[in-house]
Design a protein around this ligand. Structure first.
Ligand SMILES: Cc1cc2nc3c(=O)[nH]c(=O)nc-3n(C[C@H](O)[C@H](O)[C@H](O)COP(=O)(O)O)c2cc1C
Length: 293
């Protein structure tokens, strides 16, 4: 739209070359168009490696808010402190997340820092379901922050209570900045890192995460770089003829070599031998949602 209008203006202005003001204006608009094109239309270079983005470090957090009595929350890896005076946190929140609208409406949010041994049901419910479809807070221990935001204290080592001070539209996401009005440490347990989560569950970022990368693009990079170090997701040696099973809902990979010891499935259990009521440990999907890869 911006380019269409500017092009029309340019054509109109260039007709009147006698008029110095208009000619200068046309040149200045041309320069602006060039700047905008360079800034926003720059294509990534063919040599750009998306794998590099996996070297960025993150933690894992639960962002929650409440508006007019309706609680909402989601799992986030993009949460970080941006200033210390005053203390401010930033979150990158997908526009399609129900919680994003709740935060923008209420002007408040909490951040819980998840612990390494997180209850995976929390990741499944808050990271793969919508607050419009289920009550994510049922059976979850929360306290109410000074701002009024719900704070999830289950599986958490610390929390922050924030008042929105700014938000920036990034296209798919809003970068939301919040001033921390209160905070507390809950336990000395180790916080969960995104690296640990990815390596343990062999998962890539889900689509709504700002760090999402299409798996086929990563796979293509991996095959064009024979001899280079491989991503953890792809480097595992499978003894079941390379057979693995991926949950088509959340992307969790069932590896027969590893089994699922958390629910009593020993390493070396073929997918076919899993009990019929086996559920994806991340999103709770049943066996029929798994696809062989
Ligand atoms: C590991 C992981 C990291 C995520 N990181 C983000 C994130 O930083 N920002 C975001 O907007 N969504 C992120 N998501 C996706 C949301 O948690 C997910 O879309 C959630 O279902 C939204 O819930 P809601 O619609 O109830 O708000 C992440 C999900 C997972 C599992």
């Amino acid at each position: 739209m911006i380019y269409k209008i500017t092009g029309q203006m340019l054509r109109k202005l260039s007709i009147d070359t006698e008029n110095k003001f208009l000619t200068e204006k046309a040149i200045s608009i041309k320069q602006s168009v060039k700047f905008v094109q360079q800034k926003y239309l720059r294509k990534k270079t063919p040599t750009m490696k998306l794998k590099a983005f996996h070297k960025l470090s993150y933690g894992l957090y639960l962002v929650a808010s409440e508006y007019q009595g309706k609680k909402s929350g989601y799992i986030a890896n993009t949460t970080f402190q941006v200033t210390s005076e005053p203390e401010q946190l930033a979150i990158s929140s997908h526009k399609k997340n129900q919680t994003t609208q709740v935060i923008l409406d209420s002007g408040i949010f909490s951040v819980s820092v998840l612990k390494k041994e997180v209850n995976m049901k929390i990741i499944g419910d808050f990271g793969f379901m919508s607050s419009t479809d289920i009550d994510k807070f049922k059976g979850i221990n929360t306290i109410t922050a000074k701002t009024g935001a719900p704070i999830v204290i289950d599986s958490s080592v610390a929390w922050f209570d924030c008042k929105v001070t700014n938000s920036i539209d990034l296209g798919s996401h809003y970068l939301i900045i919040g001033e921390v009005l209160d905070a507390d440490e809950i336990s000395d347990d180790e916080p969960l890192t995104y690296k640990h989560y990815r390596e343990k569950y062999k998962m890539l970022s889900p689509k709504n995460s700002p760090t999402y990368i299409d798996k086929s693009v990563l796979d293509a990079e991996a095959t064009t770089n024979i001899g280079e170090e491989k991503e953890p997701e792809h480097e595992h040696e499978y003894t079941f003829d390379g057979k693995c099973w991926v949950c088509v809902i959340c992307g969790f990979t069932y590896d027969p070599d590893e089994g699922d010891p958390a629910v009593g499935i020993p390493p070396g259990t073929a997918f076919e031998d899993l009990p019929e009521d086996y559920k994806c440990p991340i999103c709770n999907a049943s066996k029929e949602y798994f696809k062989e890869v």
